[in-house]
Design a protein around this ligand. Structure first.
Ligand code: AMP
Length: 288
């Protein structure tokens, strides 16, 4: 496996692979890899001749009061995991390699970023779109793999690719969970043992919301209220948002009559966790 720190190294490998007519799959990550990331890399491995994993804590998607400095990192372990799955290249640039001092160009998707996580993280999705665009251009990937764990990100990247005619296929992958239902996340390591135990309330509450949808409840406010009440029954939990939006435009819905995303963001102590489920024409895509 090639370990690339510089853009030119990645481009050189890509040029060789393209010359041989090989397909390329890209898995963008911020490192500290776990089984959620591994599921994306495995899928990319199945579907492409060459697999690139980017491992980069992207500074421009963090707000000034967010956890950029403390975001967990373990590049050695990430390399081992990528190699064990059979990735061909891991790209781990320094921030100055991606953003030179005179960097001025940003990519963004209007409207879709305004609700859900965008409300409390206003610059986040423009930072994501910009780094993802750079990674698409650097790797010339045929396919890129994103987790449904970050459902708003998946929706925004899909829209960006469609609107701006990128030659890349976006592949969405289901949420990988711990045995007790907590969605796997690099940020779970911030939780104290007590918080970790209580964090399962997100999944429990969403399971109830999903059960209501599947049993035919169409009043979105009723479901939101039920899910919010379950989460708020846990004293360590503080809700950032609980929302049901339509899965295409990410706008709030009152009545469920098409594909929807139910998403929550909740502080457990100081740690902000997100989780969701999608119901697409009454076919449940996620939640096991
Ligand atoms: P991150 O390193 O948190 O930026 O995540 C990189 C990619 O892995 C994103 O597309 C995430 O949605 C995806 N991902 C993170 N956690 C999970 C999970 N538990 N299940 C599936 N995909 C995940």
């Amino acid at each position: 496996m090639v370990i690339a720190k510089e853009i030119s190294q990645v481009k050189q490998n890509v040029r060789e692979w393209k010359k041989q007519g090989l397909s390329i799959g890209l898995v963008p990550t911020m490192g500290y890899l776990h089984e959620g990331h591994a599921s994306l890399i495995k899928k990319a491995r199945e579907e492409n001749d060459r697999v690139i994993v980017s491992d980069f804590v992207n500074p421009i998607q963090f707000g000034p009061k967010e956890d950029l400095a403390t975001y967990p990192r373990d590049f050695e372990a990430d390399c081992k995991l990528c190699e064990s799955i059979g990735a061909d290249l891991i790209f781990n640039p320094e921030p100055c390699e991606m953003y030179e001092d005179d960097f001025h160009s940003y990519v963004g998707v209007n409207t879709l970023y305004e609700g859900l996580c965008g409300k409390s993280r206003p610059i986040h999705f423009n930072g994501v779109c910009t780094v993802v665009t750079k990674l698409f251009n650097i790797t010339e990937a045929d396919r890129a793999y994103f987790g449904q764990k970050d459902a708003q990100q998946l929706a925004i990247v899909r829209r960006m690719v469609r609107d701006l005619n990128y030659n890349i296929q976006i592949v969405g992958c289901p949420i990988v969970r711990e045995e007790d239902g907590l969605a796997k996340s690099s940020r779970n390591t911030y939780l104290t043992p007590e918080e970790r135990e209580k964090a399962t309330i997100l999944h429990k509450a969403l399971e109830e919301g999903e059960r209501m949808v599947n049993e035919g409840e169409t009043d979105a406010n009723k479901i939101v209220e039920t899910v919010r009440n379950i989460i708020e029954s846990e004293p360590l939990a503080k809700v950032d948002y609980v929302e049901i939006v339509d899965w295409n435009e990410l706008q709030k819905v009152e009545k469920i009559d098409g594909p929807i995303l139910m998403a929550v963001a909740v502080y457990i102590g100081k740690v902000r966790l997100i989780d969701n489920f999608i119901v697409d024409n009454s076919i449940v895509i996620e939640m096991v």
